[in-house]
Write a protein that binds this ligand. Structure first.
Ligand SMILES: NC(=O)c1ccc[n+]([C@@H]2O[C@H](COP(=O)([O-])OP(=O)(O)OC[C@H]3O[C@@H](n4cnc5c(N)ncnc54)[C@H](O)[C@@H]3O)[C@@H](O)[C@H]2O)c1
Length: 284
């Protein structure tokens, strides 16, 4: 199936990145947000993303110009009806996602595919909230979306082959490297990275070393681009917390239990780069 028109529901860190990426690759995109202020923030982030991508020479000034008119943003979910594919990218909240997927399912035609960018919620729970579980798939992009090459394509036992092929082809057309993964909580990426991030926070809580030192060990000793605290700030501490809580709910394994410090920072509203303060402080 040829995907040329997409809708993205939730235009935050991930949804905004998906809209930018799709628009700069010549697709028509409708982005849906919950409120006008959120919409304004999303527009500013997408336009600044296009500008910096062009400034780095990754796309031409003409591509950036075309992309600027290829996307529209709205608070009206009713505007998604013409999409070939709807990508849901709202908060990692199972009830919110189930409700929205049910609404999306009622609004779009029978051929439309529905994807969720969930990090940890079992796809079967979301697929079960629709009347078309065979056409619901996971499209797990990585942050920042325009730069990171991986997309985990998640299939449930009932996902139809044509749906997997269309979404995989779509991810490849966006310049990504899709990897097909089965529907287990956390898939591959977060199954491995979430316990690592939580272990780093617990190591700090136990006084093993300060955050800078733990980050330095990982980036200098293992050649990672950034250590676990910088990575938490990039992902968003609320998202790290919600991923951990959702995986703990599934596995009941202490490795996934959100550490108290993470919870406290989230309650303070210190969510990482997006709020200017997380484990570190960001002036820009
Ligand atoms: N941040 C990451 O590094 C990352 C990476 C991969 C996947 N994810 C997943 O992507 C999803 C989104 O994460 P994010 O980091 O972009 O979160 P975010 O908080 O930056 O954005 C979520 C957006 O959803 C919007 N929203 C909430 N309710 C809505 C509704 N009813 N209708 C329309 N929009 C609504 C919010 O206004 C917000 O802008 C989550 O499921 C998360 O687990 C995040």
């Amino acid at each position: 199936m040829d995907i040329s028109r997409i809708a993205v529901v939730g235009c935050g860190t991930m949804g905004g990145g998906i809209i930018q990426l799709a628009a700069q690759n010549g697709l028509e995109v409708v982005g849906v947000e919950a409120s006008e202020p959120a919409l304004d923030g999303a527009r500013a982030r997408i336009l600044s993303g296009l500008e910096s991508t062009a400034a780095r020479g990754k796309i031409t000034a003409e591509q950036a110009e075309r992309a600027r008119s290829a996307f529209t943003l709205t608070t009206d979910l009713g505007e998604i009806t013409e999409a070939d594919l709807v990508v849901e990218a709202v908060y990692e909240d199972v009830e919110l996602k189930k409700r929205l997927l049910g609404e999306i399912d009622r609004l779009v035609g029978p051929g439309t595919l529905i994807a969720s960018n969930t990090s940890t919620i079992p796809l079967v729970i979301l697929a079960g909230a629709t009347s078309r579980p065979e056409q619901v798939v996971g499209m797990h992009f990585f942050n920042p979306v325009p730069a990171m090459r991986l997309v985990e394509v998640i299939r449930t036992p009932v996902t139809e082959r044509h749906c997997i092929d269309s979404v995989t082809g779509f991810a490849a057309a966006l310049g990504k490297s899709p990897v097909l993964v089965n529907d287990v909580p956390g898939f591959v990426g977060n199954l491995l990275i979430v316990p690592y991030l939580l272990d780093a926070i617990r190591a700090y809580e136990r006084g093993v070393a300060d955050m800078e030192s733990i980050d330095a060990v990982i980036s200098l000793g293992f050649n990672h681009k950034m250590g676990p605290f910088r990575l938490c700030d990039l992902i968003g501490l609320d998202i790290v917390h919600d991923m951990a809580a959702s995986m703990y709910e599934e596995y009941r394994d202490q490795r996934y239990f959100p550490p108290p410090l993470l919870k406290q920072y989230v309650r303070l509203g210190w969510l990482g780069r997006k709020t200017g303060r997380g484990f570190y402080t960001y002036d820009d």
